[in-house]
Design a binder for this molecule. Structure first.
Ligand code: NAD
Ligand code: UD1
Length: 343
């Protein structure tokens, strides 16, 4: 079976391509390389000893989409393509709505024309906004606090509206969409060949720690030491990128096996770790010191955020297997082998 992976050259997409190829799917990748390097896909082929079909192009380009859907027997789309930096989204919101929301609309329209109505969409825990209680379950109220988050919520809403439209116009081929809400993906493939390659100074914690470890940045600033958490620092649900990639294979298989309607599913471990717990694990597992100082809280941060992972287990038969030690070791193998990323 052939899967189209939009944004497949990126961090999460490239790891997912490996798991799809390992599970014997044919893979077509559409990526405009706006935040990735083709080298990631060369390495995917090296790791799997299998090839995939790469098309450089944009999800907003109807001609390319029509060509892909005509020339390949695509049954399911995994839709990763999107811009993802929260801070940048506040500076240039129109770019985010154009790329993420308009891009998704064009993709969905062309999928519909081609009769392809099964999709896995990259959503985010950001759609829960300020957590009303923990752990976060999929039926909780949704909200967004920045343009990036709003773009994810809008796309989720569009998907739910497609389900409503199917129920009004009784359709032989209704949409079947799985909205995967990722918590905090970290880590890298155990080969050390592919991993996260952020542009410039990273915003997220794990790439920041690994760039301190490799000597590119002097010290980590820990945002807030006075939260009501185990040690006063922020708590998040870090999930190994390989677990997350395997969750996508399970989601594709569930759609293949006729999972119906629009289903939101958290991809997290169900456990929170604090900033300092992550720093300590990194230091111990990799025998590297991470100098840090505790500074003021970062605007917009919440004290703690972690998933209920029950629905993923019950619907997909998936749960995270890799622990925090694997996350920090694999991150460091990738970073130390590739101090400048794919360059
Ligand atoms: P990434 O930037 O590494 O990958 C996204 C890929 O999409 C890149 O290769 C980029 O070149 C491509 N792309 C962007 N706009 C495109 C367009 N218009 N047409 C074609 N290709 C386009 O990001 P990632 O970390 O792999 O994230 C993948 C998806 O998961 C994104 O939608 C992101 O919002 C979502 N997500 C990521 C995280 C995370 O922490 N990494 C958390 C929650 C949700
Ligand atoms: C961020 C995004 C969120 C996205 C998620 C996963 C913001 C405001 N939110 O959330 O939309 O879904 O990543 O990609 O960017 N920390 C430090 N020092 C640092 C960096 C982070 O102490 O230099 C702390 C943060 O305060 C937080 C934890 O580390 O407590 C994790 O931060 P981060 O990796 O940025 O993820 P999120 O805040 O969960």
């Amino acid at each position: 079976m052939t899967v189209l992976v939009t944004g497949g050259a990126g961090y999460l997409g490239s790891h997912t391509c490996i798991e799809l190829l390992n599970a014997d799917f044919n893979v077509v990748v559409l990526d405009n390389l706006s935040n990735s390097n083709i080298e990631s896909l060369n390495r995917v082929s090296k790791i799997t000893n299998k090839s995939l079909h790469f098309i450089e192009g944009d999800i907003r380009d109807r001609d390319i989409l029509q060509k892909i859907f005509t020339e390949n027997d695509i049954k399911i789309v995994i839709h990763f393509a999107g811009l993802k930096a929260v801070g940048e989204s506040c500076e240039v919101p129109l770019n985010y709505f154009d790329n993420n929301v308009y891009g998704s609309i064009v993709l969905f329209q062309e999928m519909e024309k081609a009769g392809i109505k099964k999709m896995v969409f990259s959503s985010s825990a950001t759609v829960y906004g300020e957590p009303e209680k923990l752990p976060l379950t999929e039926d909780m109220q949704l909200s967004a606090t920045n343009p990036y988050g709003r773009s994810k919520l809008m796309i989720e809403d569009i998907c739910r509206d497609l389900e409503v439209s199917d129920s009004i116009i009784k359709n032989n081929c209704p949409w079947a969409i799985t909205l995967l809400r990722y918590f905090n993906p970290v880590g890298a493939h155990e080969s050390g060949l592919i991993g996260e390659d952020p542009n410039g100074i990273p915003n997220n914690l794990m790439p920041f720690i690994s760039q301190v470890a490799v000597g590119k940045i002097k010290q980590l600033k820990v945002f807030g030491g006075d939260y009501d958490t185990v040690d006063g620092t922020g708590v998040r649900d870090y999930i190994h990128v390989v677990d997350l990639a395997r969750g996508h294979v399970k989601a594709v298989q569930a759609l293949e096996n006729n999972l119906k309607g629009v289903t939101a599913i958290n991809l997290g471990t169900g456990n929170g770790k604090s900033v300092l717990q992550l720093v300590k694990a990194f230091e111990q597992q990799n025998n590297k010191q991470i100098p840090y100082e505790i500074v003021g809280r970062r605007a917009g941060d919440v004290a703690a955020c972690f998933a209920s992972a029950e629905r993923a287990q019950s619907i997909l038969g998936w749960k995270a297997e890799l622990d925090v030690n694997a996350m920090v070791k694999d991150t460091w193998r990738w970073q130390s082998n590739n101090p400048d990323g794919y360059c």
